[in-house]
Ligand binder design. Structure first.
Ligand SMILES: C[S@@+](CC[C@H](N)C(=O)[O-])C[C@H]1O[C@@H](n2cnc3c(N)ncnc32)[C@H](O)[C@@H]1O
Length: 325
């Protein structure tokens, strides 16, 4: 569901205190998408062309999130849906099985989810924020635990519209996504029980300030689930790439595990635990038919896969849990 649907439920969700500021933000962004952004307009038109059908089943608690069955669509409807799915490429996060169509995304996202799902506080009845929610793969997985609210933030319109398309059919209650950046949210002090920040912190120029922002939206005792790129090592150090890292020009800091613990502590978190450190391999990130761009193998050094093409250590990711005391 979209921002308007969220506002309609603002009172029930305890959001009245910031509903006006949220409404302004949502209106501004919707207006931009509808009147200014050519891609946004194209995506909106494509949404309107989606075949009308109801999924006969839904499975959010499976590695392949399943929405509907092949038999729910006539052949012409399947062709119409496929055309929109292709227009909405690249499908980076997933996988999904949508009315029998296998959306095999670039990332095998259940590998990350399976690393966290049994280690975090139960999401049942909680208010959950997923910063950088992409197409909503993790939001759908979270929804299986029946949170009171699962709110995604995804400013990149291709991924935001992928979420819109999936939720258009899935209609999962309590699940919302806004096409905005975390920094654009109005103040929501202590509102959330759990905040997920996965794959986002290395894109931030001021990671400690970003962590402070996350701490502020969490209630006392609330939990941060943080996943980010790191480097090996015991020192209190971070790598700051000169320009690009794995061909990305928006990667700023890759800390060691001790350095990331320091950032969290200095941002005001306690009970800080590193749950997992995993090297990213071609089993987790690879090109598929739904991704027309480069993938991991193109980002690694051709003669030394332990290095990126720039010569930096190859992608290594850590998952941390931290609490607000
Ligand atoms: C590498 S992807 C990670 C997606 C997903 N969370 C995961 O772990 O697979 C980072 C996502 O964060 C979004 N993003 C980047 N900066 C953001 C910000 N300031 N606020 C919210 N989302 C952001 C990007 O558009 C992108 O979809």
């Amino acid at each position: 569901m979209t921002g308007r649907a969220l506002l309609n439920q603002a009172a029930a969700l305890g959001l009245s205190f910031c509903a006006e500021a949220l409404a302004d933000l949502i209106d501004q962004r919707d207006d931009y998408i509808q009147r200014v952004d050519a891609k946004g307009q194209r995506y909106l038109n494509a949404l309107a062309r989606l075949p009308g059908t109801e999924p006969s089943s839904l499975d959010l608690d499976a590695d392949w999130v399943r929405i509907g069955e092949a038999a729910d669509l006539a052949a012409s409807q399947r062709a119409a849906l496929l055309a929109v799915l292709e227009d909405y490429r690249p499908w980076r996060k997933g996988p999904f099985r949508l009315f029998g169509i296998d959306l095999d995304s670039e990332w095998v996202s259940f590998l990350k989810w399976n690393r966290v799902k049994d280690r975090i506080a139960s999401l049942a009845d909680r208010r959950v924020l997923d910063i950088g929610s992409s197409c909503g793969y993790y939001l759908f997985r979270m929804a299986a635990a029946k949170p009171a609210l699962a709110l995604g933030l995804e400013p990149y319109l291709t991924y935001y519209f992928q979420y819109r398309l999936l939720q258009h059919y899935a209609k999962v209650p309590g699940l919302f996504c806004l096409p905005v950046k975390f920094e654009e949210l109005p103040p929501m002090p202590g509102y959330f029980d759990t905040v997920f920040s996965m794959g986002v912190l290395y894109h931030r120029r001021s990671p400690v300030d970003t962590l402070v922002g996350m701490r502020k939206v969490l209630r006392r005792g609330g939990e941060l689930v943080l996943e980010t790129l790191i480097i090996d090592g015991e020192g209190d150090l971070a790598l700051c790439p000169a320009e690009r890292y794995a061909k990305m020009n928006n990667v700023y800091f890759l800390p060691t595990v001790p350095c990331l613990s320091n950032w969290l502590r200095r941002a005001g978190f306690d009970h800080i635990r590193c749950l997992d450190v995993t090297r990213t391999t071609g089993a987790e990130q690879r090109r598929t038919g739904w991704v027309q761009t480069e993938s991991l193998s193109d980002f690694l050094h051709p003669s030394d896969p332990t290095r990126t093409v720039e010569g930096y250590p190859a992608p290594l990711r850590a998952i941390f849990l931290a609490q607000v005391g």
